[in-house]
Design a protein around this ligand. Structure first.
Ligand SMILES: Cc1cc2nc3c(=O)[nH]c(=O)nc-3n(C[C@H](O)[C@H](O)[C@H](O)COP(=O)(O)OP(=O)(O)OC[C@H]3O[C@@H](n4cnc5c(N)ncnc54)[C@H](O)[C@@H]3O)c2cc1C
Length: 547
């Protein structure tokens, strides 16, 4: 039986069946599912409201690179029928409205507690319960602890001296204010040219008086080719939902795109060029996910396609020296996340937009009035830090998780995560990590994998409850085998040879300077099949017990 619903154990401490950390897509859906089980649940969220990624990232130009309708929740036909996406790739305000609509429609908000950052969580072996501590000092208990803390939610500022000295306005893109920022006529710096920097730059470039972009590593950006959804398309999308979700279950990344079965060198040069031209014109990630099957594994194939994209950049950027700076030299196409753009390269043709290569002329410090590089001093009204995240494991490191015997998760994962299915870690009973390291989610159109993670976790909790158990835990052996499997799956992929957030590199975080395999690379269908097999075998690789 579940614990008594929301029992008061002191004036402040309450006991729940389950505590969920985070009110993004994962936390919202996990709450919905646990309500169905009749569990008492509390969601703790740092922000003042729900939405996760789409609550925090309010910077100009923030939008999907998944097709809106492929990203939405699939669990409710009524919800699918009711909601109309306005664009193929919706902007952040629309997605935040959508998530609020979901929460209101299913009355989810009443179990969410905002302004509540979880600082610590510890497991008590005597009671098989977790105690969770908030930054407010509150402590609450639960049989089960579910992390839904996000793969890209631990924002990082650059380690540049003087960051606090600047007297103008400055913002990290994740911590964007709720009120709009007025860029008109301003002198603006953007530091960082990853997916977020690209979206900001292309959006504000036409509004500002001066824009200076500080680039360390250029990325291979390809056109988003976004457009509004017409009424006729809306009808077709809705009629096609069952077929579309069935298709998304078959592709490795749960996108509508799948690799072309042909190898790069199995077609003539003319066929290859025509195929790539077509992909360049199409919307979304097709150019990355539906390219020739060897593009991400064969260095020669990858180099040839990278040349194709480099030619596109040269065609679009008028100044050949600037074009050259924008062409990546240290990694091939698709080995880092591909930013999708609209007007990014053309922005550098505007007379008031300047590109600074900080590898050639490093930023020495942020000053009261702007930025000092090794060869120039710039004055700004606004500095935008598009400097990204301590990805995948960062949000875990920021909570002091203590498992059996008081062991620390941060210490356990210091040399890289060790997990079972990317959903549990041995020594941390009754804890599930939705979108955790080593699961398929972060290579995925994420809500599709979130739904799988959450459905699996919910079935496990139902099983534990219905069989009268109070505890589940991955075995060390199952964890070692899964962690080894994760390494083997990634061995031949070009991306593992590259520094990026996906390989755990972040020069702004201590200890994140060694590449690690953080993601399951076998594709979502194989991952789903493995999780299902584990469940069918009565949760093989796990020990289920009772006090
Ligand atoms: C700008 C941007 C665009 C993106 N676009 C796409 C896209 O098009 N397609 C795609 O598949 N993915 C995209 N992603 C990835 C995106 O993060 C996921 O799609 C999805 O939002 C992850 O949902 P989540 O619930 O797992 O995490 P999040 O949405 O990150 O939510 C996690 C929540 O946990 C909270 N939290 C974290 N730590 C604590 C704590 N200690 N205590 C309390 N609360 C805590 C955070 O405040 C946050 O609200 C994008 C990411 C970014 C940053």
């Amino acid at each position: 039986m579940p614990d008594v619903a929301i029992a008061e154990t002191s004036t402040q401490t309450r006991t729940f069946d389950a505590i969920i950390i985070g009110a993004g897509i994962a936390g919202i859906y996990q709450l919905y599912r646990l309500r169905e089980l009749g569990f008492s649940v509390r969601v703790f969220e740092t922000g003042t409201d729900l939405g996760g990624t789409w609550y925090w990232n309010r910077y100009p130009g923030a939008r999907f690179d998944s097709e809106s309708y492929t990203y939405a929740f699939s669990f409710s036909d009524d919800l699918l029928r009711d909601w109309n996406w306005s664009e193929h790739f919706a902007a952040q305000p629309e997605t935040l409205r959508y998530l609020n609509h979901v929460a209101d429609r299913f009355d989810l908000r009443r179990d969410m507690q905002f302004n509540s950052r979880v600082t610590a969580a510890s497991f008590d072996e005597a009671t098989d319960r977790w105690t969770v501590t908030l930054d407010t000092g509150e402590r609450h208990e639960a049989r089960f602890l579910i992390t839904a803390i996000g793969p890209l939610s631990a924002d990082t500022m650059p380690r540049i001296p003087g960051v606090g000295d600047f007297k103008g306005q400055s913002f990290h893109t994740y911590r964007w204010p709720k009120e709009p920022v007025d860029f008109a006529g301003k002198r603006v710096a953007v530091i960082g040219t990853g997916a977020t920097g690209v979206q900001v730059i292309q959006t504000i470039a036409p509004q500002v008086a001066q824009l200076t972009v500080f680039q360390r590593t250029p990325n291979w950006c390809t056109p988003l080719n976004n457009r509004p959804i017409s009424e006729e398309e809306q009808r077709q999308i809705k009629a096609n939902y069952p077929a579309m979700f069935a298709l998304l279950r078959t592709t490795p990344g749960c996108y509508v795109h799948d690799a072309d079965p042909r190898g790069t060198f199995e077609v003539t040069e003319a066929e290859r060029e025509a195929f790539w031209e077509q992909r360049y014109k199409e919307p979304g990630f097709g150019i990355w996910q539906a390219n020739f099957r060897d593009m991400l594994t064969d260095p020669k194939a990858n180099a040839l396609f990278s040349d194709f994209v480099a030619r596109k950049i040269r065609q679009r950027v008028k100044d050949p020296a600037v074009a050259d700076m924008l062409i990546p030299k240290c990694h091939g196409f698709g080995t880092r996340r591909v930013p999708q753009e609209t007007f990014y390269y053309e922005a550098f043709n505007l007379p008031h937009v300047k590109l600074v290569d900080v590898k050639a002329t490093p930023i020495e410090r942020i000053t009261e009035t702007g930025i000092q590089t090794s060869d120039a001093s710039f004055d700004f009204d606004i500095i935008v830090y598009a400097t990204g995240f301590d990805a995948i494991t960062g949000a875990f490191d920021r909570i002091d998780f203590r498992g059996r015997g008081g062991q620390s998760l941060k210490d356990k994962w210091r040399d890289g995560p060790r997990t079972y299915l990317g959903l549990q870690s041995a020594g941390f009973p009754n804890m599930l990590t939705i979108v955790g390291p080593h699961n398929a989610s972060t290579r995925c159109n994420i809500p599709r994998c979130i739904e799988q993670n959450v459905d699996w976790a919910t079935d496990l909790l139902r099983h534990v409850r219905d069989t009268g158990r109070t505890r589940f835990e991955a075995t060390e052996a199952a964890e070692a085998e899964w962690t080894q499997h994760i390494q083997e799956l990634a061995a031949d992929l070009l991306y593992t040879k590259i520094d990026s957030w996906a390989t755990g590199i972040n020069t702004n975080v201590d200890g994140k300077n060694v590449r690690r395999i953080l993601q399951y690379q076998g594709g979502a269908p194989a991952y789903r099949a493995k999780c299902d097999e584990v469940a069918t075998q009565g949760y093989a690789g796990m020990v289920l017990g009772r006090i």
